[in-house]
Design a protein around this ligand. Structure first.
Ligand SMILES: *Cc1c(COP(=O)(O)O)cnc(C)c1O
Length: 405
């Protein structure tokens, strides 16, 4: 299984990653089980005092020490996520995506530092900057996701230590020019962090494109079944020790049951994403042809800002995108969403089930403005038959049209 590890294609990696023989077998016995089991632990028992002393003075990386440092169940998931990111040194796990983002930012910033944050970032990421980082004397400047590199360069101060990217952006799906931004950051000695939740390393291996720290809300596609909260931070050899230290100091860890469910989800990430991709594209193209739809914000469609970056850098597209209605208001948008038979109304996404959400991007922007022909709906396209979803949306657009007048 260790032969030609770096040549393996992503689907092969997903099937094999993180399944070390020492986590699936019994010492001294041949053979083993397929999946590392759930190891539940707080106390670890030592053979004698010398053993306890030795354990305390050596690295706890993938070694039983105390429950907070994890057990093989979590290490296996972390290793698997690292294997999905060529160029990465290691991965730390967190109880949510937001906890992962917070730890990653705290690992590279200290009081007096300056952060560049993309204006289309996930709203709780902005809140962390405004409420937590600010109180620690760390200043944040928001930048346009589609800014020319010269204008990003102009925002860099002497104390700028990190550039945070999210591509495509939450709600509005602008695709950033990641290789150009990471090249500038490297030249200036600035760390780059990417919220890679939408594409996952399956469609966008971040470190290959120059990113130092890749963050996933595993809650979404990695888990894939809408039943576990989990986050991860994967980093380069330069920055991983810092991430691990900060995570330990903050006491971050995940439950072995949650890690096990996420590992189970990871095995089917590729087939699920391929299917999400196909259905979402079919529905996005159908929506683009509807007279009541002004624009479809899907990275794989030319109507999406930054589409050319997606085409150049990503190997696929997932199941989440938005569309802008032609005219209408809160009430007519609600008429569309409320009557949908096959779409749940709820936050989060990345599960097997479809979701529809009213979104209002203007509320979450400061460096750019949001102008649109009408209200926006975000869709998560699940694994249902796309023909059913299209018929459902078709009826929804009829309700919208009637209410809008
Ligand atoms: C959901 C989400 C998060 C946060 O993940 P949680 O596990 O819900 O905390 C972060 N970034 C993006 C882009 C998300 O969609």
């Amino acid at each position: 299984m260790t032969k030609d590890r770096d040549d393996r294609k992503p689907l092969t990696r997903l099937a094999q990653a993180g399944r070390k023989p020492e986590w699936t077998g019994m010492p001294g016995q041949p053979g083993g089980i397929v999946n590392p089991p759930v190891w539940r632990a707080s106390t670890i028992l030592y053979d004698d005092v010398a053993h306890l002393r030795r354990a305390a003075s050596s690295s706890t990386h993938e070694r039983l020490f105390y429950g907070r440092k994890g057990t093989p169940t979590a290490w296996s998931l972390a290793d698997a996520l690292t294997e999905m990111e060529p160029g990465a040194e290691g991965t730390m796990l967190f109880p949510s995506g937001v906890a992962a983002i917070a730890c990653a930012l705290l690992s590279v910033l200290k009081p007096g530092d300056h952060l560049l944050m993309v204006d289309s970032a996930y709203d709780p990421t902005r809140n962390f900057c405004q409420q937590m980082l600010k109180s620690y004397g760390i200043e944040t400047t928001y930048y346009d996701p589609l800014a020319e590199i010269a204008s990003i360069r102009g925002l860099i101060h002497e104390n700028t230590r990190a550039i945070f990217l999210e591509s495509p952006g939450s709600l509005t799906f602008e695709v950033q020019d990641i290789p150009t931004i990471t090249a500038l950051a490297k030249e200036q000695g600035i760390a780059t962090l990417l919220d890679n939740t939408w594409a996952t390393p399956y469609f966008f291996p971040a470190m290959v494109h120059g990113i130092d720290i890749s963050i996933l809300a595993c809650t979404k596609y990695i888990v894939g079944h809408s039943d576990v909260m989990l986050g991860s931070v994967t980093a380069t050899p330069d920055l991983f020790p810092k991430i691990r230290q900060t995570a330990y100091l903050l006491g971050q860890m995940v439950s072995p049951d949650d890690a096990w469910l996420a590992s189970r989800g990871l095995r089917t990430l590729g087939v699920r994403l391929n299917h999400h991709q196909e259905s979402a594209l079919q529905i996005a193209h159908w929506l683009a042809a509807q007279p009541d739809v002004a624009r479809v914000l899907h990275p794989a469609l030319p109507s999406c800002p930054g589409h050319e970056h997606w085409q150049r850098d990503f190997s696929g597209s997932s199941g989440l995108f938005s569309f802008v209605l032609k005219g209408g208001d809160e009430k007519s948008r609600a008429a569309l969403i409320d009557g949908l038979a096959h779409f749940g109304i709820g936050y989060s996404w990345g599960g097997f089930e479809s979701l529809a959400l009213p979104v209002d991007p203007a509320r979450y922007r400061t460096a750019t403005s949001w102008q649109a022909e009408g209200p926006v709906v975000r869709l998560q396209i699940g694994l249902e038959d796309p023909a059913d979803l299209i018929a459902d949306l078709d009826a929804g657009l009829l309700r919208f049209r009637k209410m809008r007048g």
